[in-house]
Design a protein around this ligand. Sequence first.
Ligand code: HMG
Length: 445
Amino acid sequence: MSNTSQNTPGNTPQIPPKVGIDRITFATPNCYLSMKDLAIARGIDPNKFTIGIGQSQQAVPPNHQDIVTLGAQAALPLMPYIDSNRLKMVIVGTESGVDASKSSALYIHKLLNLSAWVRCVEVKEACYGGTAALMMARDYVLVHPGAQVLVIAADIARYGVGTPGEVTQGAGAVAMLVSENPRVLQINDDSVVKSAEIQDFWRPVYQSTALARGKFSTEQYIRMFCDVWQRYSAENACNFNDFEAICFHLPYTKMGLKALRAGLEENSGAPHSCDGAPTTDDTRERLLARYQDSTQYSRRIGNIYTGSLYLGLISLLDYDYFRNSCDSSESACDLSSATHSNESPTRPSPLLPGQKIGLFSYGSGAVAEFFSATLVPGWRSALFSNQHIKTLNNRTQLTVSQYEEMFNSAAPYSPQDFVSSQKNRSGARFVLDSIKSQERNYRSI
Ligand code: HMG
C-alpha cells in the first residue's frame, strides 16, 4: 500500500492529509534501581545484566502510581497544544489496566480536565497496544482532518522478585498527540502487520505479574520481525538502505539488537537471519549507531511494554538533539551517561527532515507490525528533550531492599481497601490516594 492520491467520484484526485505525531513525550516514576546492585543481590555477574541483557537501571513505581497517574503525567506537557474543540479521542494502550471493564482513559480524561465531547477508550494486545492506538488515531484523523487524538501508552512491567524477567521490569508512559500537519513525524501508509496466536507471554486477570516463556518469546520476536520485514520490503520495494534509523520494541535493549542483527546478517546462514537485499556497510554502521541512540532511555527505565517502541523513538530524537542542537552550557546536554558501545563506534550524522525511520512493534501473543514515519521540517523544535533528561537525572536511587519493599506494597489485585504511601511523591502530579470499597480514588497534587 503506498501513499498515493485517491480518486473521488468526480475523478478529482484528492491528496490525503499528512497525518502523524505532532508532539511526543514520556513520564516515568521518580525512583530507580541500579541493575548492578540487583545483579549482586541475586548472585549474578553484573555484566550479564548490563551487557548480556543491556539494562543499567530500572524505574520503580511507588504505590501511589499506576498506569492512570503515569499516563496523565505523560500527557500533561501536551495540554498547551490540545485544542478542546479539535480533540476527538483519548486512546490508552495498556496491558496493566486497573479495571477489567472501565477504561483507564476515563480516569485520565478527568485528571486532565479534558472536554466531555471526546471518545475515551482503552485498547489491549500486550506491548502492541500502543501501536494499535496510534494507528487508530492516524486513521481517524485521515478521515477527519483537523481532529486531534491523544494517544497514551502506559504500563508497569512486573515479573516478580527473583524471577528471570526481573531485570527487564520497568514503568512509564508515552503520550502522543496525533494530528494532520504534524510537527515531528508523518506516519506513512505502508505498514505490514501480522498476527499469530502463540503462548510466549501472558498475564491472567487475577495476578499482577506476567508469565513468560523467556527464550521462546525472544525467538518469536525475531521470527515475527523477519516475517513482517520481508513482506514490508517486498510490498514497498525497499531495503534497509532506505532507512535512516530503525526503532524496535525494547523489552530490554539487547532484544532489538538481536532482531536488527538478524536483519543485517541476511543470507549469512545465521540461525535467526532474515533473507533480503544486501545492506551496505554504511547502512549497517548507521543503523547500529542510531540503534544505540534509540536505546538510551530504555536502558535507564526498563520495559514499559506498550510505550517501549515510542520511548525508543523519543530517545533516538533526543540524542540527536543533544548532539546537534543543545546549548552546551545546559547540564541536560551532558551525554556522558550515553553508552556508544563497540557495536557502533560511529557518531551518527544529524537527522534531517525527509528522512525515514522504520518502526517495529511487537506484542506477545502475538501481533507484530513494521511501518515507517518521515521527519518533517522543524521537528527538533517540537521536542521535550531537556525535560526528559532532567526527569531521568533527578530520580532517587533505591537500595535493593527498598525496591523489594515497594514492589511488594503495590496496590493489590484483591477487594481489600488500600491507602497509598506518602513517600516518594516529589515530582508526581497525580496520585492514587486510596482504594475504598473497590473504587479507586485519584487526585492531582
Ligand atoms: P536469562 O535466562 O536470565 O538470560 O533470560 P540468558 O541466560 O539467556 O542470558 C541473557 C544474555 O546474557 C545472553 O546473551 C547471555 O550470553 C548473556 P545472548 O545470547 O542473548 O546474546 N550473558 C552474559 N553477558 C555478559 N557477561 C556475562 C553473561 N552471562 C550471560 N557474565 C530473558 C533472559 C530475556 C529471557 C528473561 O529476562 C525474560 O524472561 N524476560 C522476560 C521476557 C522478555 O522480555 N522477552 C522478550 C521478547 S517478548 C517481548 O518483547 C514482549 C514483551 O515486551 C511483553 C509484551 O508484549 O507485552 C516481553
